[in-house]
Design a protein around this ligand. Structure first.
Ligand code: CP3
Length: 374
């Protein structure tokens, strides 16, 4: 296992905010920070031949993980990979058709397919764990690690959506049909996904990941009640298992349910250290709602990724406004800006002008430093 001591990290402000410790400014990273909006990403992807060729080659994956860090003052790196590696390792046959998103050649489109499903073979995901190791090495500078590395997985529910549908979808109609008509089959898939995601995150941590994020992109399309049963509970099981092991208990776990802002009080019981927010809930309301649960849970988010298509002045104005909004929150025993990791409310859009990202980062740093009075 790679040494995970924080004192070997040059800039660990992200980890400190995840743990709700005092920081002198707000840390920032961006979901999908390595991606198509960067010309250097496009160049590496062209060398690799395809997105999967890139993700499955640990040296290329390390190269693109570092690209946004070389360009911007970001406070964390995130493993370059995809959430759909798990169903691929279950034998569902992942491919990406240009411009059309992910496709599975063997989706779960029959009862027999669901009954045949098995926990993902972690041996087939070695390329991911090797990428984590290569990234940790690439992050070293003068004997110290530049910033912490985040590992990630999809949530059991979000993975199930793609596994059942066989691709992305507007309404995930087949997934909803199974949920309502055959909850037994849905629960079988979710149980298998819980075990797979837990093993996957544990092995990423063993390889050197210093935080773990669970992307629940489609939890927000569930009815209240169903969200808790089919999306949140499976995530909570994974967190419980990770946290029950001494080896992993201090690794911050972030859960992000897109559209989940209305469920914060129950999400607070999941065991997550950090809750990711999209732009449909203001930071102050999220902070106060979580504070009222009596638990110290950090938040991450939450500006609309398309704000980055606006002009730099407007980006600065809105970013500053969102930090001012949080600074106004009534919280017990801590500066209201502590326990916040600035991020977008979803992945960065591929049409983002790369220079606009500088404006966002500068605004986060300026506003959050000033508001702490330093
Ligand atoms: O944040 C990062 O920089 C790490 C990399 C990362 C990718 N995908 C790379 C990627 C992460 C964290 C993901 C997560 C992911 N993948 C999610 C959850 C978060 C979210 O965005 O909702 C989901 C739902 C997927 C599934 C997926 N992967 C889709 C639907 C697509 C196609 C649509 C799209 O945005 O292109 C992908 C492909 C993908 N994953 C790309 C990248 C950079 C683009 C592929 C390319 O280079 O052509």
């Amino acid at each position: 296992m790679i040494e995970n001591k924080d004192n070997m990290i040059e800039n660990d402000i992200f980890l400190r905010a995840c743990r709700y410790e005092e920081t002198d400014r707000t840390p920032v990273w961006l979901m999908r920070q390595a991606g198509r909006y960067l010309p250097e990403y496009q160049a590496t992807r062209a060398k690799a031949g395809s997105f999967l060729g890139l993700a499955k080659n640990p040296s290329y994956a390390a190269e693109v993980t570092l690209q946004p860090l070389d360009r911007y003052d970001l406070d964390a790196a995130i493993l370059f990979s995809d959430i759909l590696t798990i169903p691929d390792a279950m034998g569902l046959g992942l491919s990406f058709v240009n411009g059309e998103g992910p496709q599975f050649s063997n989706p779960l489109n029959s009862e027999q397919a669901v009954l045949n499903l098995q926990v993902a073979d972690m041996g087939q995901l070695d390329y991911v764990f090797n990428a984590v190791k290569e990234i940790r090495t690439a992050l070293m500078r003068n004997g110290k690690q530049r910033v912490p590395l985040i590992g990630f997985s999809g949530s059991p529910w979000t993975l199930a959506c793609y596994m059942i549908e066989g691709s992305g979808s507007k309404d995930f109609l087949n997934t909803k049909k199974m949920l309502y008509n055959r909850p037994d089959l849905m629960n079988r898939i979710l149980d298998i996904n819980v075990e797979s995601v837990a093993q996957y995150l544990e092995l990423q941590i063993d390889a050197g990941a210093q935080a773990a994020m669970i992307f629940d992109t489609w939890g927000g399309m569930l009815s209240s009640g169903d969200y808790q049963k089919f999306s949140l509970d499976p995530m909570a099981k994974i967190i419980k298992r990770i946290k029950s092991n001494k080896k992993y208990e201090s690794v911050p776990v972030i859960i992000f349910t897109k559209g989940g802002g209305g469920w914060l009080p129950t999400m607070a019981n999941s065991g997550a250290d950090v809750i990711g927010l999209d732009w449909t809930i203001e930071l102050k309301l999220a902070r106060e709602t979580l504070d009222q649960t009596g638990k110290k849970i950090a938040i991450q988010g939450n500006v609309d990724p398309l704000l980055l298509l606006a002009n730099p002045k407007e980006i600065e104005r809105r970013v500053t406004e969102s930090i001012l909004n949080l600074a106004d929150a009534k919280v017990s025993g801590s500066h209201p800006l502590n326990g916040h990791v600035f991020n977008l409310g979803h992945g960065i859009n591929q049409l983002t002008p790369p220079e606009h990202v500088h404006s966002l980062i500068a605004a986060v740093k300026n506003a959050s430093t000033k508001l702490r009075g330093k």
